[in-house]
Design a protein around this ligand. Structure first.
Ligand code: PLP
Ligand code: COI
Length: 334
């Protein structure tokens, strides 16, 4: 079938996975066709944001097979998020098995090889049940819904413009490092304001000093310095992006360039030649300019994707779609 995605919008597929936690244990978990969930209006996920999620993709290879990228890393990060939200963790092998099951059941929805479309996989956990006071729920749902998708932003060729947010997405010692709904709820207003003004997304500064680049709305920030180093912010309140981790590895081991994890001051961007946003949905989206108040900083690579980010993009997507040999056991062929 190979359904064509509608950008990054939901297209219903045949099956989703659902598992219930009650009386201290998870049930077997099943695949089902209905993608609706009926829960109590007093669910902790609805009132207190007790929930977390993941995002990963299934890729169609040239030989027609389907593969996952670093699924174990998503399983581990999901466990961290569950722990932080005081929710019962899903064992790594159960998470991986559930992802495989739901992708296989929807194989015909994995887009054809060739134009970088993929099947987006959204595992999530929600606190449910009749709760009124603020405390962790005693019942949960773990579910996985998938949808064919295209790139989140306009694509790799034309760099996008971003606006610095005057709001924070996460507190200095808050939940910025885990993938929980509250971070995204906190970012909605800033993202919408940026989009209304014609920007692709917003950039959040560090919540303690508001002087350093912290995070893009739905991705990590990366840059290539004028002397050819890969630079990305180091902060306890950003999401440890699996894409960024992979790019750092590729920068060091394939491009043989240095990687700096450190401070990127918003008023000192002159050293950066190429900038980008990286993540599962964003892949690597080049950033052409960043506007902070009334100052617009335009990067040298503002019209077309920069040379080094392009090399990283080609390596990364080459591995993800199976065109380049997987150097690190990142890939799981189904
Ligand atoms: N930062 C934020 C806020 C995100 O939403 C995402 C997307 O998942 C990322 C970074 C990138 O993480 P990953 O590469 O693991 O998808
Ligand atoms: C992802 O890249 O998987 C994300 O979770 C981003 C999402 C908020 C669209």
């Amino acid at each position: 079938m190979n359904t064509k995605p509608k950008g990054f919008s939901y297209v219903k597929t045949n099956f989703n996975y659902i598992s219930y936690y009650k009386d201290g244990k998870w049930d077997e978990g099943t695949l089902r066709e209905d993608d609706k969930i009926t829960i109590s209006g007093l669910s902790t996920s609805l009132h207190y944001g007790q929930e977390c999620f993941e995002g990963l993709k299934a890729y169609r290879r040239k030989d027609g097979k389907v593969q996952l990228f670093r699924v174990e890393d998503n399983a581990k990060r999901f466990q961290m998020s569950c722990e932080h939200m005081v929710m019962p963790a899903i064992p790594i092998d159960v998470f991986i098995d559930a992802v495989k099951k739901v992708v296989k059941a929807n194989e015909s929805f994995v887009p054809a090889y060739g134009n970088k479309d993929t099947l987006y996989i959204r595992p999530f956990m929600i606190g449910i049940g009749d709760n009124l006071g603020l405390k962790p729920a005693s019942e949960y749902i773990f579910s996985i819904i998938v949808s064919p998708v295209g790139p989140y932003f306009s694509g790799p060729v034309k760099p996008v413009d971003m606006l610095v947010s005057e709001y924070d997405r996460a507190a200095p010692n808050g939940t910025g490092h885990v993938k929980v709904g509250g971070n995204y709820a906190a970012s909605l207003y800033a993202r919408l304001s940026a989009k209304k003004s014609g920007y692709a997304d917003c950039i959040f500064l560090d919540p303690r000093t508001h002087t350093k680049i912290e995070e893009v709305g739905v991705a990590n920030f990366i840059g290539i310095t004028k002397d050819g180093k890969y630079i990305t912010p180091k902060s306890p309140s950003i999401l440890d992006s699996i894409t960024n981790r992979s790019l750092k590895w590729l920068a060091i081991n394939e491009l043989k360039i240095d990687v700096i994890e450190g401070d990127i001051y918003i008023d000192q961007l002159n050293d950066i030649a190429e900038a980008g946003a990286c993540g599962t949905a964003a892949v690597i989206t080049p950033i052409g300019s960043i506007t902070n108040g009334n100052v617009k900083h335009v990067f040298p690579a503002s019209e077309v994707i920069g040379e080094t980010i392009k090399k990283l993009y080609d390596l990364m997507t080459g591995i993800q779609f199976g065109d380049i040999e997987d150097p690190n056991h990142w890939v799981t062929i189904l």
